[in-house]
Design a protein around this ligand. Structure first.
Ligand code: GLV
Ligand code: MN
Ligand code: MN
Length: 422
C-alpha cells in the first residue's frame, strides 16, 4: 500500500504546543533534577488528568473513564457504528521518573487528533486517546493493570489487596480515585463489557540508546520482550542482635541475601540479553538491633525468547528453596507477559508514514513493557519510538527533544488518519 502524505496534517502538528503541554504536565509532581513523581491514583495523577481532559474538551473531544480509571478522550468518526482506533499510553510515573515516559504517548495522541481536526480531515472511525491506569507498577505492583483489565487478561478485582509502601490497598485507592472523578462519564470496561477496538497505536520514548546511537528519528517497533514479576517473602524470627548467638538465629535478611546471590547465578547470561533486577526490598521490623523476621523483595525478569523466559522463570522457586538456611519462603508471581509481536497492519503503516515524511527510521524491539502488548489479542497493534538522550529512562534526567517529540506525533497523526479511514 502506498501512502499519500497529507501536508496540511503534518503541518498542523504543533511542536510548540506539544512541548508546552509536556512541560506543563512536568510541573505536576516535579522532583529535583527535572524529574517527576506522579504515582497512579494520587492527587498529582488526578491534577494531570484534569489538565489533559481540559485540553481535550477545549477542542471538542468527550471524556470518559472506566471502572479501572482508564481515561478516554473521544474524537467522533463519520460512521457512528465503526470500531474506534485507540492511541495513547500512561500518565503515571516512576517514583524517580522522567518527564516523558508514558505521558509523551498520551500528549502525542492528543496532538495528532488535534492536528487532524485543525487540518479538516474527517475520519470514518472514531479515535480515542487513552491514558491507561497504573502502567508503571511503581506504587502498586504490577504495572499495566488498566490495560490488562481492559483486555480481559485479568479480572478487574485481581489486584484489590495489593498494597503500596504506605500500606494503602489498591481497592481503596481506586475507590477514592473514582469518587474524585465521579463527574466524568463512566463507560463499560474494554472488551470485557464492550466491543474490541479496530487498532491500537502507542508512541513512546525508546528508553534505550539505539535510536540515538544510530542517529535515527523514528523506531518502528516490532515487538516487546517477555517479562515476569515475582514477589518473594523470606520468613524468619526476630531476636536480640546483641544476645542471640548467630548460630541460633532464623535471620530473614541473611537468607534473603543467600537467595538473591543464588538467583544472580541462575540468571547469569554471558550474552547480556537477559535482564534480572531486584530493586524493591522491605525489611521487618527494620530496626538495627532486631534480627529481621521478614524480608520481602521483588524480582523483575525479562527475556525476548519465551523458552528462556519460561525455563529460568520456572526455576526461580527451586533456587530460592535450595538457597535458604534457616527460614521459610513464599513466592508470588505478579505479572507474566510473554514476548509480543506487533501486527504488520500497524508496523507497516508506521514505517510508511516515517518514510513518506522523510524521517530516518529503523525496526526495533522494545526492552520495556507497554500497555500495547495487552492490545495484541484484541486488535492490530503497534508502537512508534522516538530517541531519548543517552537512552536514560526511569530517571529524572530522561530527555527527548521537542523536535523528536514532534516527529513522533507527525508519524502518529498520519498513521491514525490512515487507520481511522480503513
Ligand atoms: C515499564 O515501565 C517497564 O518497566 O518496562
Ligand atoms: Mn512507559
Ligand atoms: Mn516506565
Amino acid at each position: 500500500m502506498s501512502t499519500t502524505i497529507a501536508p496540511n496534517l503534518v503541518a498542523a502538528v504543533s511542536e510548540a504546543r506539544q512541548w508546552d503541554r509536556l512541560m506543563q504536565l512536568a510541573k505536576i509532581g516535579a522532583i529535583p533534577g527535572d524529574g517527576v513523581n506522579r504515582p497512579c491514583l494520587s492527587p498529582e495523577d488526578r491534577e494531570a488528568r484534569r489538565l489533559f481532559i481540559g485540553w481535550g474538551e477545549a477542542i471538542g473531544l468527550t471524556a470518559s473513564i472506566d471502572q479501572l480509571g482508564n481515561l478516554f478522550l473521544r474524537h467522533e468518526g463519520t460512521d457512528l457504528t465503526a470500531a474506534p482506533v485507540l492511541s495513547g499510553s500512561h500518565m503515571d510515573s516512576q517514583p524517580k521518573g522522567g518527564r516523558f515516559d508514558g505521558i509523551y504517548g498520551v500528549i502525542a495522541a492528543l496532538e495528532a487528533v488535534q492536528a487532524l481536526r485543525e487540518a479538516g480531515i474527517t475520519t470514518k472511525r472514531p479515535i480515542e486517546v487513552v491514558g491507561w491506569t497504573n502502567e508503571e507498577g511503581g506504587r502498586f505492583a504490577p504495572g499495566c493493570m488498566g490495560s490488562m483489565a481492559y483486555a480481559g487478561f485479568a479480572p478487574p478485582d485481581t489486584w484489590d489487596d495489593i498494597r503500596d509502601n504506605a500500606g494503602i490497598a489498591w481497592a481503596d485507592a481506586l475507590r477514592e480515585h473514582l469518587a474524585a472523578e465521579a463527574d466524568i462519564t463512566r463507560r463499560p470496561l474494554g472488551v470485557v463489557e464492550g466491543p474490541a477496538p479496530f487498532a491500537y497505536v502507542e508512541a513512546h520514548i525508546e528508553q534505550g540508546p539505539i535510536l540515538e546511537q544510530r542517529d535515527t528519528d523514528i523506531g518502528v517497533v516490532t515487538g516487546i520482550q517477555g517479562s515476569r514479576w515475582f514477589s518473594v517473602e523470606i520468613h524468619g524470627r526476630s531476636d536480640h542482635a546483641g544476645t542471640c548467638p548467630v548460630g541460633m538465629r532464623q535471620d530473614a535478611m541473611q537468607d534473603a541475601i543467600r537467595a538473591i546471590t543464588a538467583l544472580n547465578a541462575l540468571m547469569h547470561d554471558p550474552t547480556d540479553v537477559l535482564r534480572f533486577t531486584v530493586a524493591r526490598m522491605e525489611v521487618f521490623p527494620n530496626a538495627s538491633n532486631s534480627v529481621a523476621d521478614l524480608v520481602r523483595f521483588s524480582i523483575d525478569f525479562r527475556h525476548p525468547d519465551n523458552a528462556v523466559l519460561q525455563a529460568r522463570g520456572n526455576a526461580i522457586e527451586g533456587v530460592i528453596a535450595a538457597s535458604l538456611r534457616h527460614c521459610s519462603y513464599k513466592l508470588f508471581e505478579r505479572f507474566h507477559a510473554v514476548p509480543a509481536v506487533f501486527d504488520p497492519l500497524v508496523v507497516d503503516a508506521v514505517q510508511r508514514a516515517a518514510a513518506s515524511q522523510g524521517l530516518s527510521h529503523m525496526r526495533i524491539p522494545s526492552g520495556a513493557f507497554h500497555d500495547s502488548q495487552f492490545m495484541i489479542p484484541l486488535c492490530p497493534s503497534g508502537m512508534i519510538f522516538i530517541p531519548c538522550r543517552g537512552g536514560v529512562s526511569h530517571n529524572p534526567a530522561e530527555y527527548a527533544s521537542p523536535e523528536h517529540c514532534a516527529a513522533g506525533a507527525r508519524v502518529l497523526a498520519q498513521v491514525l488518519a490512515e487507520l481511522a479511514n480503513t
